[in-house]
Write a protein that binds this ligand. Structure first.
Ligand SMILES: [Zn+2]
Length: 180
C-alpha cells in the first residue's frame, strides 16, 4: 500500500477523517463538538486549524467545493439511486410519494454527512499533497520564518527610504576643463 514519508497509510488518514479528527496528529477534532454547536455555521464550518499541531484545515476560499459537490452530493446521489431502485423494484408508488421517499433521506443525509465529507477531503488532500514542504507562506503547516512585508489589508508598502544605487549617484555634472 502506498505510504507517505511518515509511514501513515491512507487508511489511517481516512480512519481519522471518519472520527472527524485532524489528519496530522489524529487527536483534536476538526469541528466544534456537537454540544457546543449553536448554529448551522458551527455545524458546517471547520475550525481554522488544529490547535495542537497547527495544520490549517481550510487553506483558501472555495477549498471545500470539491468535498461538497463530489463527496457529499455524490454519495447522496448514490444513496438516492439505491433507494429509488429498491422502491421501484418492490413497491409501486405514485410519483409524488416516490420523490418524497427518495429526496427526503438525501437531504437529511447531506446535512449529517457534510462534516465527514470535509474531513475526508482534508485527509485525502493531506495524503496526496502533504503541505509540509514549505514554510507556511503558501498554506503549509510549518511556522512561517519570514515575516510578511505588507499589511494584511493593503498593497505592498515601501519598507523605508529608497536606497540609492552608488553607481547612479556619481556626480555627472561636467567638470570645467582647463583651457591652455
Ligand atoms: Zn493536529
Amino acid at each position: 500500500m502506498e505510504r507517505t514519508g511518515r509511514g501513515k497509510t491512507i487508511l489511517s488518514y481516512l480512519g481519522r477523517a471518519l472520527m472527524l479528527r485532524c489528519p496530522v496528529c489524529g487527536i483534536t477534532h476538526i469541528f466544534l463538538p456537537f454540544f457546543r454547536t449553536r448554529s448551522l455555521r458551527d455545524w458546517f464550518t471547520p475550525l481554522d486549524g488544529c490547535p495542537r499541531c497547527g495544520y490549517p484545515y481550510e487553506r483558501e476560499p472555495g477549498y471545500f467545493l470539491a468535498s461538497t459537490w463530489v463527496i457529499n452530493y455524490g454519495t447522496g446521489s448514490i444513496l438516492g439511486i439505491f433507494i429509488y431502485v429498491i422502491l421501484e423494484s418492490f413497491y409501486h408508488l405514485d410519483i409524488v410519494s416516490l420523490l418524497l421517499a427518495v429526496l427526503s433521506p438525501i437531504v437529511v443525509f447531506n446535512i449529517l454527512f457534510a462534516r465527514h465529507s470535509k474531513s475526508i477531503f482534508i485527509a485525502l488532500d493531506h495524503f496526496f499533497d502533504p503541505h509540509e514542504k514549505d514554510s507556511g507562506d503558501e498554506g503549509g503547516n510549518l511556522p512561517n520564518t519570514h515575516p510578511p512585508t505588507r499589511d494584511s489589508d493593503g498593497p505592498a508598502k515601501p519598507l523605508g527610504a529608497p536606497v540609492k544605487d552608488p553607481k547612479k549617484s556619481i556626480d555627472k555634472t561636467p567638470k570645467p576643463t582647463a583651457i591652455y
